[in-house]
Design a protein around this ligand. Structure first.
Ligand code: HEC
Ligand code: HEC
Ligand code: HEC
Length: 426
């Protein structure tokens, strides 16, 4: 066919253009290494500010392996696409970022490119850190460059084909990376702007609290509608003011800084390290975050008419109540001494028990609250090995029936089994 041949040169040109664009996107230059700067070359005030920035960004949470040295990397992060290890961000010249200039560090924070030009995987939340101010990036750099250098090389990643080719991240970035700080909104206060920068930038709250799509990006148009992380549910953050147990702005600020809200529960699972880091930042920062988050609050969805409310399985509730009396009432019972210690939340207002799914109540029973020494008011044993699926399921049914006025959760025992299998995506 003649026509086909006439199209051939045009197709070849189009193909070359596509290949050219792809290469252009994937190709990044190395930034020349520098001689590791002397720690004394960094201003003390700047370093102090850097400590606050690094706490707000949870850098140590991901960049410290269990029992490892702070910031030396090597923590495995499991993703739906395989396991990835955080890297060493101490100033060791060979295995860390000792030879990185501020320019190289800034490019990594804003665009997810390593000093030598390779693409970094978005498990490193640069799509959020890109919103940081230049001043905060420089302060984080100073703080990290003044740490003790640690020689440590992260184990090789174990990712599924073809994602083991880093260059492909360039195409992901076209979809999900919008570089640089957000544009100011003249109708809003300075406090709101600071809150937005902290929540959307350094705090990367959406990384857990937004549902992810099939290619691991945050779903467009669903910011803060709730997500799943390590088998826990990160609840929606745009209905805090109108949920089954409504929050106030002041309660939110207190929770972020102390990990406890007397009217909602205690931070647990992946939220616990977030609040432990926020405990070290100024009160003004968590207040700004609360102000911004409260500006996002939406009314609850119109009640969908439920023809007949499901009724609780009374036999399960009864079995749960016996288990509760034996294993839980010493701490959670109405007359338990722990009820009156400190600002401890009772179960009647617990977010986990009022959530749409039983996920966090189950995870709480599985993992408890880790022992953090004599000083801590918080401790709950882990029941994952002590109880079987049916027992945990019965307890969940009992908690829901006793401490909330909401309809029972559906298929609780199945949910326990799925979570126990580590089926984190469910
Ligand atoms: C949610 C986990 C997570 C958090 C939080 C996190 N990082 Fe990372 N970071 C990673 C992972 C994983 C990598 C490695 C990515 C890769 O190898 O592609 C990484 C890589 C980096 C790199 C590139 C290092 C190199 O050798 O290429 C820098 C720089 C960095 N992080 C700095 C920071 C700073 C500063 C913070 C805090 C503001 C931070 N990270 C917070 C997970 C995290
Ligand atoms: C040694 C004391 C202790 C025992 C025993 C205990 N808990 Fe807890 N539990 C705690 C503490 C402390 C917290 C965290 C602070 C809080 O939320 O009250 C907690 C939190 C919870 C929460 C989450 C509340 C929230 O939203 O923060 C649930 C659900 C729960 N426990 C259920 C149980 C069940 C079910 C049992 C028995 C199988 C049990 N606990 C046994 C101390 C205990
Ligand atoms: C690493 C994942 C992760 C990050 C990052 C994270 N969260 Fe969470 N968050 C969770 C999980 C999981 C829960 C549910 C467990 C619990 O209640 O402790 C939670 C619970 C909460 C709650 C309690 C909601 C309720 O209804 O009880 C609030 C409020 C909250 N997060 C706010 C934030 C803010 C603000 C940020 C950013 C500064 C943030 N989170 C960052 C995972 C995360």
């Amino acid at each position: 066919m003649k026509l086909r041949y006439r199209w051939a040169p045009m197709l070849a040109v189009a193909g070359a253009v596509v290949a050219g664009v792809a290469l252009y996107l994937m190709w990044e230059q190395a930034i020349a290494p520098i001689k590791p700067p002397a720690p004394s070359s960094f201003d003390g005030q700047l370093t102090l500010h850097g400590a606050r920035v690094v706490a707000l960004g949870d850098c140590a949470v991901c960049h410290t392996a269990r029992d490892g040295k702070p910031y030396a990397g090597g923590l495995p992060l499991s993703t739906p696409f395989g396991t990835l290890y955080s890297t060493n961000i101490t100033p060791d010249p060979d295995t860390g970022i000792g030879t990185w200039s501020l320019e190289a560090f800034t490019r990594a924070m804003r665009r997810g490119i390593s000093r030598d030009g390779h693409q970094l995987y978005p498990a490193f939340p640069y799509i959020h850190y890109t919103r940081m101010s230049d001043a905060d990036i420089a302060a984080a750099y100073a703080y990290l460059m003044r740490r003790d250098p640690v020689v440590a090389k992260a184990p090789p990643n174990d990712l599924v084909f073809p994602l083991n080719f880093r260059s492909l991240v360039a195409f992901w970035n076209v979809l999900f990376l919008r570089t640089g700080p957000e544009t100011p909104d003249s109708s809003r206060s300075a406090q709101w702007h600071r809150g937005r920068e902290l929540v959307n930038g350094l705090g990367h709250c959406a990384a857990c609290h937004t549902p992810l799509n099939l290619i691991g990006g945050e779903t467009w148009g669903k910011a803060f509608e709730g997500g799943v992380i390590d088998g826990w549910e990160a609840p929606p953050l745009m209905r805090l003011a109108h949920g089954p147990v409504p929050w106030t702005e002041a309660q939110l600020a207190t929770y972020l800084r102390t990990g406890i809200s007397s009217a909602h529960g205690a931070a647990a699972g992946p939220m616990l390290p977030v609040t432990q880091e926020l405990a070290t930042v100024p009160q003004a920062d968590v207040e700004a975050m609360a102000t911004y988050l409260f500006s996002l609050q939406q009314p609850p969805p119109a009640d969908s008419a439920i023809a007949s409310l499901p009724v609780a399985d009374q036999a399960a509730v009864q079995r749960g109540s016996v288990l509760f009396a034996g294993a839980c009432a010493s701490c959670h019972g109405d007359k338990a001494p722990m009820q009156s210690i400190g600002d401890r939340p009772g179960l009647a207002t617990s977010s986990a028990i009022h959530a749409a799914t039983p996920r966090n109540a189950i995870r709480m029973m599985f993992e408890g609250v880790p022992w953090q020494g004599e000083q801590a008011l918080h401790y709950m044993p882990a029941f994952e090995d002590a109880m079987d699926d049916a027992q945990i399921g019965d307890l969940a049914a009992y908690l829901r029936a006793t401490y909330s006025r909401l309809p029972p959760w559906d298929a609780v025992t199945q949910a326990v089994a799925d979570l126990r299998k580590g089926d984190a995506a469910k």
